[in-house]
Ligand binder design. Structure first.
Ligand SMILES: Cc1cc2nc3c(=O)[nH]c(=O)nc-3n(C[C@H](O)[C@H](O)[C@H](O)COP(=O)(O)OP(=O)(O)OC[C@H]3O[C@@H](n4cnc5c(N)ncnc54)[C@H](O)[C@@H]3O)c2cc1C
Length: 303
């Protein structure tokens, strides 16, 4: 085997795992597939000691602090295929090379599936957000539109009204809310608009405008949305890893081990609880579990 571990993904979870494994004297290859999920946002918030740091700067620091650990190699390429082989795993990379390792650590994140509303993608992370813990404080007490329907829209609306009272819940079609949910929203001062949304626009002042199919408009400080997610790669499926009941996230034992022995996973791809600091903590935990498993396997297999 070329490496003890290949970490696939060099963002918050992957670089944190690399630090732990580098410090554990492991031969590690980190595959850097590009931008982190929060790349569109100017600042990452809610990270102890790093609140407000640009996402790219967090990763620059993460890479810089790997330099003393000569067992860690970072390559800018993607893992294309992954399969089990005797003694470990074999990967084919998009740079045309193939590598092997005793274990794998998946840190490949998730994709947010954005609605095809003009302006939505362009403003994602720059006025259109998904998480109040990341971006709620900056727009507290300001007019907000919440985009979502059904149980997800209801949950988003009740949550966000704590940061900014009187938001408007835009369901972009039938609200799919039951009578009790509508009563609760009414009591909280949350107006529900079912008219289809046709576009999101931003003004130079930073204000956003939500345009509706009936030609009406709403000017707001920000839009918060609940959008579906999917795995960023099919590597976990290729390896035969089990998924959570909703079929979205890679199942782990809480310490990063997936259902496939030798394959670990950390960060957004394992759970809807998604934060930079949580991904970094999960990467550290999975790396420590992986390392101790290899130590006991090598030196005390009966233990
Ligand atoms: C707009 C936005 C703003 C956010 N703001 C905040 C915030 O302020 N604070 C906060 O705590 N959280 C924030 N988040 C959430 C945060 O971005 C994620 O929780 C965090 O990035 C998860 O880190 P991760 O390492 O698990 O995954 P990611 O950051 O998604 O990284 C996955 C990495 O894997 C790489 N990769 C994927 N496939 C392959 C492959 N086949 N081969 C090699 N590499 C691959 C990707 O290129 C990427 O670099 C925000 C999210 C969004 C969408």
């Amino acid at each position: 085997m070329n490496f003890d571990t290949i970490i696939i993904g060099a963002s918050n979870a992957g670089l944190s795992a690399a630090l732990t494994l580098g410090r554990s004297r492991r031969r590690v290859l980190v595959l850097d597939g590009g931008a982190p999920r929060n790349a569109p946002a100017a600042h990452a918030h809610n990270f102890f000691t790093r609140d407000g740091t640009p996402p790219a700067e967090l990763l620059r620091l993460g890479r810089e602090q790997l330099q003393p650990y000569d067992g860690v190699e970072i390559r800018t390429t993607l893992a294309q295929t992954a399969r089990a082989v005797p003694g470990g795993f074999a990967l084919e990379l998009t740079d045309g090379t193939a590598v092997t390792a005793r274990t794998l650590l998946l840190a490949t994140g998730v994709l947010d599936v954005l609605p095809a509303i003009p302006g939505f993608r362009e403003l994602w992370g720059r006025g259109v957000y998904h998480c109040p813990y990341c971006h709620g404080w900056e727009v507290r007490d300001q007019p907000l539109v919440l985009y979502g329907r059904g149980a997800a829209g209801f949950h988003l609306a009740v949550l966000l009204h704590h940061w900014a009272p009187g938001p408007v819940l835009c369901t972009d079609g039938p609200a799919e809310l039951d009578a009790a949910q509508l009563v609760t929203l009414g009591q909280l001062g949350i107006r529900v608009v079912e008219t289809p949304v046709t576009a999101l626009n931003s003004a130079p002042t930073g204000e956003l405008t939500v345009a509706f199919a009936d030609e009406s408009r709403l000017a707001v400080a920000a839009v918060f949305a609940r959008v579906p997610q999917q795995q960023r790669t099919d590597l976990a499926a290729q390896l035969g890893c089990a998924f959570t009941d909703d079929g979205i996230y890679v199942q782990t034992n809480g310490m990063g081990l997936t259902s496939v022995p030798g394959v670990y996973a950390a960060g957004d791809l394992t759970s809807p609880f998604q934060q930079v600091v949580a991904a970094a903590a999960a990467g550290m935990g999975a790396a420590a579990m992986l390392n101790s498993t290899l130590i006991f396997q090598d030196y005390a297999p009966a233990g």
